[in-house]
Design a protein around this ligand. Sequence first.
Ligand code: VG1
Ligand code: CO
Length: 545
Amino acid sequence: MTDIQTVNTTPFPDQEPGTSGLRKKVRVFQQPHYLENFVQALFDTLEDCTGQTLVLGGDGRYYNDIAIQTILKMAAAAGFSRVLVGQNGLLSTPAASAVIRRHQAFGGIILSASHNPGGPEGDFGIKYNISNGGPAPGKVTDAVFERSKSIDKYHIGAGEDVALERLGETRHGAMTIEIVDPVQDYAELMAELFDFSRIRALLTSGRFTMCFDAMHAITGPYAHTIFEDQLQAAAGTVINGQPLPDFGGGHPDPNLAHAKELVALLSQDSGPDFGAAADGDGDRNMVLGRGVFVSPSDSIAILTANAHLVPGYRAGLAGVARSMPTSQAVDRVAEQLGIPCYETPTGWKFFGNLLDADMATLCGEESFGTGSNHIREKDGLWAVLFWLNILAVRGISVAEIVHEHWANYGRNYYSRHDYEALDIDVANGIIAHLRDSLNQLRDRSFGDLQISHADDFSYTDPVDGSVSQHQGIRIGFSDSSRIVFRLSGTGTEGATLRIYLEKYESDATKLHLDTQGALADLISIAKRLCEVEQRSGREAPTVIT
Ligand code: VG1
Ligand code: CO
C-alpha cells in the first residue's frame, strides 16, 4: 500500500448520518465511490490523521469484508500509522468501544446497520466513534455530511487485500495493520466488572439454566467464550451462535416480535430460568425470565436498584441517564437513591458527555439498550452479565425480582408502537400537525386524563451547552402518564413513526395487568391526536414492543 491514488468523484446528496451512523440499503453502498466518498468526507473532517491509531471492525453482515479492505487502503492514504482490525473483520459495537479506550486509539469505524436485516437485499451502515470510545457527537456527523456534499476526490492506497483471518501485525508501507482477537479485550473488561466466580457457581449449580440467542449476529463468538467457556454454562446455552452475513435471513432485533424462538422457549413451564438475546452489532439486549419479559425501561430501573450487589458498581452510582422516550421507572429509583437522573434525546451519543464527566454511571434506552461508564456504547452482553450477577447474589427468580421491584416502586406500564415504511411526507405531516397543535393541547382533558404539559423536546447538554432541538413531541398527563411521538433516524425505507406510551400504577391490585390493556386509553388518545389512521390509511402499527 505504498502507492496512493487520487480518484475523482462527485458527491452523493444523501450521506447524512442518522441516530447511529449512515445507514442505507446494501445496493446503495455498492454504488461506485459511495463508501469511499463517505470515508474521505470523514477523514477530511477529522483533525490530522497522520500517525494516529484507528480501530476497525463490523458486525459481519454482507459487504463487511469488502468495506474493510477499502477502508484499510484509505486509512493508509490518510496517514494513519496503525489500524487495529478485529479478526475476520469482526468487532461488536461495545467491543470496538472497549478496544478504542484500552488502546487509546484516535477513533474507530464500525460497520453495522445494527438491528436492521442484512444480506444483499438488506442494510449496511458505517459509524464513527471518537477517542472516548463513543459515537461521534452531532457536530462531527454534521460536518461529515457537509463535507460529503462537496467532495470531489478521494485518496486510496494501491495494493493487495489484507488477510483478515491471521492474528498479528503486518506492515503496509508506513502503516501497521494489527489483526486482533475481537473477544479478548472485551471479555477481560467484563471479568473486571462482574463476579465471575459467583455467576459460574450459579450456572454450574444444576438448579439454573439459561439460553442466549445470538440471532446469527456478532455476539455469537463473545457469548460462546464468556458464557460457555469462562462461566461454564452448559454446552448449547448459546443458540444461533454463528455469525452469518444475512443473519440466517432473520431480523437481528432482540424484542418480542423478532426473537420468537427465544420467547417461545421461555414461555414453557419446562423452559430455562433465564433467557437473553442481543442485536446485530451486540449493543442491544432483551432479558426474559421463565414466563416473564423484562421491559427495557424496567431493566435499567432494576439494574440501578441492585447495582450495589455488583462488584464494578459497589462503590455507588454518580447518577443515571435515560433517553427521553424511556419510561420514568428509573427516575423513581434514582430519587430514592438520592442521585440525579438525566433525560437525553434518543441515541447513545447523548450519554457520552455525562459519562465522561462522571455525572452518570448507568444509562438506558427503551429500545433494548443498557450500558454504563465501562465503555461509551450500550452493551448487550454487559446487561446480561449484570442480570446474571444479580440473580447469582439474590438467589431468586427473574419474575420475583421484577414483581418485587413493582411492589416497591410501582409499575410503569410501557409500550412502543411503530408504524414502519410510511410515506415520508405523510410522516413529516403527522409531526408537523402535532407540533402545530401543541398550544391547544395544554390543559386539554380526555375523560380522567388531563394533559399537564406538551412540548417539542429540546435538550441542552449540561456539559458543553450544545442544544439539540426537535427531539420528539412529548405529551404529559397529570397522573404522570406520557405519550411521545418521534420519527426514527435509523430506517432505510420511507419513514417510521414511533409512538411511546407510558402509564404509572402504584395500586398493588393493578400491578399485573396486560400491558396493552393497561395502556388502551392512552393508545386511543395517541392515535386520535396524531391522526395516523386518517393520514396514512394504517389501522394498526407494524411492530409493537
Ligand atoms: C433507534 C432507537 C434508539 C437507538 C438507535 C440505535 O433509533 O430508538 O434508542 O439508540 O436505534 O440503536 P431510532 O432513531 O430509529 O428511533 V442500534 O442498536 O441501531 O445502534
Ligand atoms: Co445495535
